[in-house]
Design a protein around this ligand. Sequence first.
Ligand code: URA
Length: 315
Amino acid sequence: MSAPHGLLFLSAMPRTLDPELRRALAARIRYYNEMGIYDFYRQPLSVVTEEVSAPAAGDEVEIAVSIHQPEHQPESGEEMSPRKATLVAVPRAIEENIFEVIALKPEQSVNDPVKALQIIREDLGDCTRCVLHTQGRKQIVFGVGDANAELMFVGEGPGADEDAQGEPFVGRAGQLLNNMIKAMGIERRQVYIANIVKCRPPGNRTPERDECATCSPFLMRQIAVVKPKVIVALGAVAAKTLLAMNASMMQLRGRFYEFKPAGVRSNDPEWDGCKLAVTYHPAFLLRDPRQKGEAWKDLQMVMKELGMKAPKSNT
Ligand code: URA
């Protein structure tokens, strides 16, 4: 029987996840990636069980696939929305491993991190995924710095200066961040800098949770490409989003966390995540300079981890 339109059945596959099955599934997913399909979501198997003669219950799970297609592109006489979901049935045996496989992203076949970051930037496009694109942003502020950096800083979101220049941390807070980096004995161009959200929230308001959730997968992909040894989360929004936990800055600072970017894997099997430290946001330090000493302690912890020595003038 031929599969109904939009459904792919892998039910003939063996139930155990042998390497061949895994390779076949990976190839299939690469095939989807090449067609512009990257996001897969699990959902219950109730929708299609009557339409198809699926194998015994428990053999399959369904994956809804979101397809990135230009607006107004008709398919089979039907207007498609830009992100239309179709359904893919996948053997239950691979359910546990599915996220390993589905995390394949277009940049993962590229070894040059500069090119890989470009691919992510292109994928982001002229982003309209959250409301921030309607709220006065001038441009997307993607990220800047060394694509091979050992140290990465993650802020909250662009302010007015960053929005105008298209680069993170170029305003007053950026100048302080530059001084913090210099105090560590390195230069800004040696680190990678990005934000949780890539568009300026109006009036520099804190980004909403859904905005962070919508935008942060692109940051996760940037992290998986740069493969830093240490990430410094600047402020509570960055820390809470990256760590997916709700705690005060007092609770969050002063220790390292083991960090793996959510929902994506690096194409380097040697890189299995990194350490993450939390410190105060430079904008907060501008408002309360008495906390600079505390921030310096955080950075010293990071320097020790990276085997860095501060220049003499700071010691
Ligand atoms: N504050 C941030 O969090 N990020 C920037 O890029 C600038 C200011």
